[in-house]
Write a protein that binds this ligand. Structure first.
Ligand SMILES: [Cu+2]
Length: 708
């Protein structure tokens, strides 16, 4: 094939129709001259009028939602620390506060965290690293639950107290050798990703925002939003400042470490926590329903030297494989059908949740895993009924319970009937990275929260995640039960209105959708002593850091992409910052065997099903030989972030691309993209602080190619 042929093929693969113009954003000045009242009213136009006002809607970030302006009560809902009679526990809860005292107009969740090596626990060698609240208590598993409201700030100072990446230069030579760039490496480097949040991906410096510029991001005064291109090295200390816009949708999200090469390792060690954006008063799905956060983790065992090498080889001094290396191998070298990790809910294996009959709860499930074993289908089954005459629980034929699925991936199923097939379900496919919210109210009896095998994923095995005992004790909150029954019995719609970035699509997506082809193969087995990791993981023939592993989108666009999986493994596609909807499902009809070296690969897709369910996702399993057409908006934030497979052992080994949202026309410098004035120490007034940082910082894409 000639270079010209290659170029034209590449162009038809990846480029959108150049004649299609992206949606224009209205300028800040235009909004200011039309007045705040007009800007607010644009958000509540009837559906028919929305299409005409698409351009104005794109700038909705300049005005809060009409019903979002009343200051909610402080984020100190005791429901997140629901007392439990059994051994079901809740992660440490951190809430946002008016730390500036009276006159403070916004709240901040401000905390100092340390990432520490844990060597003195009974499980030493298995649970190696955890988050810890600085100068307070024990290392945590999982990390603390962050509880905020729309419009709040999350201000975290994080110190990486892990030992230096050396002296084991096999894993982290300086500079990093090419052969390690898409192999697990530099395990003690870390950072934070705020999974599911619709926030800026930039780091803010006193000179303005930067993206993909590690050096600038380390300068004094720099604060990172959801910037996963920033690395926190051992011994370093950094401020994160995440400004949720006023219009951010409430929902169940999470945060975790996200440094390429060690993401899977950090997650399997527990560097994971829930991040709940609470519903402001008046916007609740079911006001008063207690939250039960369930962070599902898979903790992986270390692989001892003796399982890799002979006893003679292992008994040399120094040992050929350090305890740290054993841990690393435990994460990356477990084949899908071999040794399994331990599944935990809120840091406990198979805990028992004890509740009263009819008690209404909102369960917020977070799949915080990153291996093929982490795919699961969630069900709640009854295993016993309560006999009021004898006071005994009597076994029954296992029966699935109805679950009321009110949110997926942290986004409410706005307007859907409680008895619609989208809401009333008996199971839910929860891939690594996904979240789901259920409203639950059960008769007395014994139940299990189960994970069933995920279709087509051999490594995904049935297991009990938690036991649930529903006692015969009367539930005291009869008004909450009445409200729940009213929702279900009268098939009411889930209340609330989506913010504009989650409104139904009325605008056209660009033509010629870009393709992302997911490829995995066994490849040449690497040397297991010097290089951990297995197989080759690529997207459209490229791996992370390759020049082609880049999706460039102009700010303001709405785009369709096609996700095509030519491999025999399931890959959960995840993209940061902006969620998407599935608009069509299809299957690949033909595919050549030699995928990895075949640049002409272009599968024939038979589109089978159009989807118009209005459901938003930030992570979706692309099954073997499946194609998904997805649609998403890139309206509010510019800068660099990533898309990747949420089987994180695949991500660490290359299945990730950078996404650049370009702001060449400088049309979208939003309020939430100016320097946030996060407070990182108590006692300082955030209101005062806000005054001193009024200066607007117009950002440029500084050094964006440096870190690819
Ligand atoms: Cu994958």
């Amino acid at each position: 094939m000639t270079d010209n042929q290659k170029n034209s093929l590449t162009s038809s693969y990846y480029d959108s129709d150049p004649t299609t113009k992206p949606a224009k954003l209205i300028s800040r000045r235009q909004i200011l001259t039309t007045g705040a009242a007009t800007a607010v009213s644009l958000l509540v136009l009837p559906k028919g009028a929305q299409a005409e006002n698409r351009q104005q809607m794109a700038s909705c970030d300049f005005a809060p939602l009409a019903n979002c302006t009343a200051p909610p009560t402080d984020c100190s809902s005791p429901s997140l620390t629901l007392p439990s009679d059994g051994n079901f526990t809740f992660p440490e809860l951190l809430t946002s506060q008016h730390i500036g005292g009276s006159g403070d107009t916004f709240r901040t969740l401000s905390k100092n965290l340390d990432l520490v090596q844990v060597d003195d626990t009974p499980s030493a060698g298995v649970y190696v690293r955890r988050l810890k609240i600085r100068n307070q208590g024990q290392p945590l598993l999982p990390g603390p639950t962050l509880c905020v409201y729309p419009g709040d700030q999350i201000a975290l100072n994080v110190k990486n107290d892990l030992p230096a990446n050396g002296p084991d230069t096999t894993y982290c030579p300086v500079p990093l050798t090419d052969n390690l760039k898409n192999r697990p490496h530099c395990f003690n480097t870390t950072n934070l990703h705020f999974h599911g949040l619709h926030v800026s991906p930039l780091t803010y410096t006193p000179d303005g925002p930067v993206t993909g510029d590690d050096e600038k991001a380390k300068e004094a005064g720099a604060k990172s939003s959801d910037d996963v291109l920033f690395d926190l090295q051992p011994g370093e200390n950094h401020n994160w400042c995440v400004q949720l816009p006023d219009f951010h949708a409430p929902g169940t999200h999470w945060y975790h470490a996200h440094v390429h090469g060690t993401t899977a390792l950090d997650l399997s060690n527990g560097i994971v926590g829930a991040l709940i954006v609470q519903e402001p008063p008046g916007q609740e799905i079911l006001a008063g329903a207690p939250d039960v956060v369930m962070v599902i983790q898979e903790i992986l065992p270390a692989i001892p030297c003796s399982s890799i090498l002979s006893d003679d080889q292992c008994n040399t001094t120094p040992p050929p494989i350090s305890p740290q290396q054993s841990q690393d191998r435990g994460v990356y070298e477990q084949a899908g059908n071999k040794q399994s990790g331990t599944f935990l809910v809120n840091g406990r294996e198979k805990p028992t949740l004890t509740i009263k009959k009819g008690e209404v709860q909102r369960w917020r499930l977070i799949n915080g895993t990153g291996t093929p074993r982490g795919f699961m289908v969630i069900e709640v089954v009854q295993t016993a009924t309560y006999n009021a005459n004898t006071g005994d629980y009597e076994p029954v034929v296992v029966v699935q319970q109805p679950l009321y699925r009110v949110a997926i991936d942290g986004i409410t199923l706005y307007g859907k009937s409680m008895t619609s097939p989208e809401v009333q379900v008996t199971s839910h496919e929860l891939s690594p990275g996904n979240r789901v919210d259920f409203l639950v109210s059960l008769p007395s009896g014994k139940y299990q929260l189960q994970k069933q095998s995920f279709p087509g994923v051999r490594a995904s095995r049935p297991a009990v995640l938690a036991d649930i005992t529903v006692t015969n004790e009367e539930y005291s909150d009869s008004s909450l039960k009445q409200k729940f029954d009213d929702l279900v019995d009268n098939a009411k719609n889930i209340p609330g209105t989506p913010p504009c970035y989650l409104a139904d699509f009325t605008e056209d997506a660009t033509l010629n959708p870009k393709r992302l082809v997911f490829q995995a193969s066994g490849g040449t087995p690497p040397n297991r002593i010097t290089t951990p990791g297995r197989g080759n993981f690529k997207i459209s023939n490229t791996q992370y850091g390759d020049p082609g592993a880049l999706m460039t989108v102009p700010l303001g666009d709405t785009q369709d992409w096609i996700l095509a999986n030519v491999s025999n493994a399931t890959h959960p596609f995840h993209i940061h910052v902006n969620p998407f909807q599935i608009v069509q499902i299809g299957k690949l009809e033909q595919f050549p065997g030699e995928i990895l070296d075949n640049n002409t690969f272009n599968p024939t897709i038979t589109w089978e099903e159009k989807i118009n369910d209005g459901i938003w996702w930030d992570t979706i399993a692309v099954k073997p030989k499946q194609a998904l057409r997805i649609r998403h908006r890139f309206w509010d934030y510019w800068g660099s972030f990533v898309l990747h497979c949420h089987v994180l052992i695949h991500e660490d080994q290359g299945m990730m691309w950078r996404v650049d949202i370009t702001n060449t026309e400088n049309k979208g410098v939003n309020p939430c993209q100016t320097l946030p004035n996060c407070i990182t120490d108590y006692g300082k007034s955030s209101a005062q602080n806000k005054k001193t940082t009024k200066k607007k910082n117009r950002g440029k894409m500084r050094g964006k190619n440096k870190k690819s």
